[in-house]
Design a binder for this molecule. Sequence first.
Ligand code: 2NL
Length: 361
Amino acid sequence: MTDISALQASILADVAAAADEASLETVRVGALGKKGSVSALLAGLGKMSPDERKSEGAKINLVKDAVAGAIAQRRAALKETALEARLAGERLDVTLPAREQGASLGRVHPISQVMDELAAIFADMGFSIAEGPDIETDDYNFTKLNFPPDHPAREMHDTFFFEPDAHGRRKLLRTHTSPVQVRAMLTKAPPIRVICPGRTYRCDSDQTHTPMFHQVEGLVVDRSSHLGHLKWILEEFLKAFFETKSVSLRFRPSYFPFTEPSMEVDVRCSRKGGEIRFGEGDDWLEILGCGMVHPNVLRNCGLDPAEYQGFAWGVGIDRLAMLKYGLPDLRAFFEADVRWLRHYGFRPLDFPTLAGGLSAP
Ligand code: 2NL
């Protein structure tokens, strides 16, 4: 074997043996670099006779091409292997359960938890959930709901109004979620079964009132919906929500502009040592307001009261959360104190289901 072919064989062996791109580069520099072995042969051509130079030059160039080709091939192979190894290492099984650490970091606010519980309870009874804007028109918030023009809720000191527009119309922060039900009646054909949870606003701020609070309202409209249905739904709702075998309810006559008749509902409870329990005792706690949808409201929302009737109710979510989870101070709900949330919040993956138990899955 000539020196040249021995050199070629040795370089090709080194190329084949290079285990990664870095060692391949070392082989390349050692052969084809400025001071490389093949480059040294080429540099030696200058000292040769023209004939020698011609035959040796051709041989050396063949070696150079063979080496360069082998290096390119090896580099491509190494790149592919490296990519395959990376892909194998980065493979992610998205069906694995979330890591405990991530799941234990955040907390679900009690209000969000209660909203999720309400969704689970009412979805099971065939209700859908509707949402609407926080900024409403006077028409949807008051007029369509049968509030007379001089009703006190329309005063500046009760409701947050925006500046009037060019036509003198003032938008406002909705004072209840009823406008969402108005939108439902205007856009859907009965039978209607919706619950509308969301933020609501009133100019009110003391121990038990915050300017922003949360409400859930429910609405059922059909040809023959009646108070019997309403009572059953409220009973099932309160039983499921407070996770008690039975509840007993007391309906007292009341007044709302948008219902007739209107009622306030008390739930039987016991109060011992500052703890409220439902489904037992001789005390009563006012929990919600309800009634049959006023014929004017049906008419204002495009439904013929001679054909359809319905019932509705409204309940404060914040108070529901306080009662169920024993949270003493409403104002702490909105202080965004992470220590409070860490204590009273819920684990994010423990979302409520009827089958798994609402609050203790
Ligand atoms: C309460 C009382 C109530 C309603 C809300 C309603 C909505 C429409 C039509 C008729 Cl669109 N009624 N909602 C009815 C009765 C009572 O809320 O004390 N909430 C905290």
